[in-house]
Design a protein around this ligand. Structure first.
Ligand code: SF4
Ligand code: ZN
Length: 365
């Protein structure tokens, strides 16, 4: 059997039921978006290998991920937010960057130390961001301390990274690995690559070209807690082992473990609508962070939509408190923050962990 790649699926040569289902679901999308506006931009603080830094996060609208166009991941609704037609011109991309810089200037007296650029796809895929645009963006942020660039492992390439490192910017590549377990990544997430591809990308990023005074780049692994078809306890076990395996890979200094939320135009949304999916409990997130606190990497989590039915949640009474403990943990990496939160619903969560089986899930809403 041939190895699946985005191209094979895109040309319709591959046989994949997940992709067919995802294409049908995505085709229900009707909204369209302005190529001169970023999808989102915000200021925040982030834990980095050099400590907590102010950050400017940019979601560039680049026309979307090519894997999503083939069908794509079961939980990912980002392509529904992308520009119609699948490509964005250099001028429009630079307009988006200008909007982001204006947002920063309007909301902060100082420049953020850290820039994070996501594209809901791969910043290093030249079909999304051409070489000229990539270099112009590197020049724009040349005076910042650190930059994070989102990419699938296929596009991680030393020369492209060099556009940033040559300016002396600490550069990290954010890879949506989702899980270290190939079976779960393939069958539950419908993501095509293997853990070995992630390891190869880490090795490629770590190559330093001393002659060109290029420093090595680091890796931030993004994991997905509780893709569809896993029980709560399977999802927890999968995350604990995934964090441990990522932390063992040279160059992977940070793991961002993010609970799945229910996005529109996805397979997860269809399952949720038919009572077949519940986002993870925040107790599960806290438990995984506690269990992996000793690994040799920064481990953070940013539960999006916490406390809502479509996001990670407990009982509504304690959601804000547990979320706050998770955010404290992100900055301080101290698992004792979780000793200070408790709630009666922990008993329900423990029962779900103990009794939920894949043939009876979800056991609660
Ligand atoms: S999760 Fe990433 S790779 Fe998967 S469809 Fe979304 S943007 Fe593409
Ligand atoms: Zn509770």
């Amino acid at each position: 059997m041939s190895k699946p790649t985005p191209e094979v699926y895109e040309q319709g040569k591959g046989m994949d039921a997940h992709n067919q289902a995802m294409r049908e679901i995505r085709s229900r999308k009707e909204a369209s978006y302005d190529p001169h506006e970023p999808t989102r931009v915000w200021l925040d603080e982030d834990n980095t290998p050099d400590g907590v830094k102010t950050s400017l996060t940019i979601i560039l609208n680049t026309g979307g991920c090519r894997w999503a166009r083939a069908g794509g991941c079961t939980m990912c609704g980002y392509v529904a937010e992308s520009v119609d037609g699948g490509s964005v011109s250099h001028d429009a991309l630079m307009d988006q960057i200008d909007v982001c810089l204006a947002h920063e200037a309007d909301n902060s007296d100082e420049q953020a130390d850290l820039i994070k650029i996501y594209t809901s796809g791969s910043f290093l895929d030249e079909r999304e961001v051409g070489a000229g645009s990539r270099r112009a963006i590197a020049d724009t942020f040349a005076d910042r301390e650190r930059i994070v660039l989102e990419s699938l492992p296929d596009f991680v390439d030393r020369e492209k990274i060099g556009d940033f490192t040559q300016h002396g910017i600490h550069t990290d590549i954010a890879i949506g690995l989702e899980t270290a377990t190939d079976r779960v990544r393939h069958d539950c997430v419908n993501k095509y690559f293997d853990f070995t591809d992630f390891e190869d990308a880490c090795a490629e990023a770590a190559v330093a070209d001393e002659a060109a005074s290029d420093a090595a780049a680091g890796i931030k692994a993004y994991l997905l807690m509780k893709p569809p078809f896993l029980t709560e306890s399977e999802a927890v076990a999968d995350m604990i082992s995934s964090i441990e395996r990522c932390a063992d890979v040279d160059g992977c200094h940070t793991v961002s473990m993010n609970p799945c939320n229910v996005q529109r135009y996805t397979m997860v949304d269809d399952l949720y609508f038919n009572n077949g999916y519940r986002p993870p409990w925040l107790w599960s997130v806290a438990h995984v962070l506690e269990e992996t606190a000793a690994v040799d990497a920064i481990v953070v989590s940013d539960p999006v939509g916490h406390g809502s039915d479509r996001g990670p949640h407990n009982c509504q009474e304690c959601d804000d408190r547990v979320q706050k403990a998770i955010k404290d943990f992100d900055l301080r990496q101290d698992p004792s923050v979780f000793e200070q939160v408790s709630c009666e619903c922990e008993l329900t969560w423990e029962t779900v962990i103990e009794r939920e089986r894949s043939f009876n899930q979800p056991l609660t809403r």
